[in-house]
Design a protein around this ligand. Structure first.
Ligand code: APR
Length: 247
């Protein structure tokens, strides 16, 4: 086995990468989702008070997401993983829409859960569920009520997934942040960890963010327009050993 050091690329994506697939970002919504407050539809308390309302909201998001396709941003990152190899590329996303997987990216770390998974509030079992439900709120075979396996406001991030995301940020040589406002943790802290450990940080976002100042390069364009170019640049970097880790 070769001892040669590998060039590692890690990536963090947010709602912006799915904007060109027709999924609205959060910042544009003024704290409201389809006339519901976030408190009503995206907190454990809201679910306890009105599970039917919460399920109607998520079923509508699932129905809409089923019609959406990955765009050139998702596809560019999937190709980048193919070129550099799964073992050298780790993608962490805050999105729950599953579009990275649909584009072909493997081993995606979903920090905020998935629209396509459900969990029983009684037995705790979690499973994949890609179809729409006939009856809401849906039931587990054990009789308990199912909930979306989404990390709601006020809930902990899944520990193992967050640890893996932290490890990827710590070990990478290049950290690419795409389509996130950088104002919600852990986006900011993951990019900071990468920068503090000597990785170059690149950003793809039409707007400046609090992460911009730690970036070596920024593309002020929609991800779908520039991801092909960003991926090519990343592959070039991987080929230039002198550009590896700063410390
Ligand atoms: N390409 C790249 N970036 C884009 C594009 C695009 N086509 N369109 C918009 N953006 C950028 C915006 O400029 C903004 O900085 O994407 C970012 C979207 O920000 P948010 O809507 O805040 O999404 P995100 O950062 O993913 O939110 C993080 O906050 O409420 C939550 O849990 C929710 O996962 C979400 C988290």
């Amino acid at each position: 086995m070769s001892n040669e050091k590998r060039y590692r690329i890690a990536c963090l994506t947010g709602a912006g990468i799915s904007a060109e697939s027709g999924i609205a970002t959060f910042r544009g919504m003024n704290g409201m989702w389809e006339n519901h407050s976030i408190e009503e539809v995206a907190t454990p308390g809201g679910f306890a008070r009105n599970p039917l309302l919460v399920w109607k909201f998520y079923e509508a998001r699932r129905r809409q997401a089923l019609t959406c396709q990955p765009n050139k941003g998702h596809i560019g990152l999937a190709k980048l993983q193919q070129v550099v190899g799964e073992e050298n590329f780790c993608l962490t996303t805050q999105n729950v829409d599953g579009l990275h997987q649909k584009a072909g990216t493997k081993n995606v770390l979903e920090l905020h859960g998935s629209l396509w998974r459900v969990r029983c509030v009684k037995c705790g079992q979690e499973r994949e569920e890609r179809g729409l439900f006939d009856e809401l709120p849906p039931k587990c075979p054990c009789g308990g009520m199912l909930r979306p396996a989404i990390v709601w406001f006020g809930e902990m991030l899944p520990g193992e997934i967050f640890e893996s995301a932290g490890r990827a940020a710590t070990e990478c040589d290049l950290y690419i942040v795409v389509g996130t406002s950088g104002v919600v943790e852990p986006a900011a802290s993951l990019a900071r960890v990468a920068a503090d450990r000597g990785a170059r940080v690149w950003e793809v976002n039409p707007d400046e963010t609090p992460l911009t100042r730690m970036c070596e390069r920024s593309w002020r364009k929609p991800a779908g327009e520039v991801m092909g170019e960003v991926a090519e640049e990343a592959v070039k970097r991987a080929a230039m050993k002198s550009e590896w880790r700063l410390i």
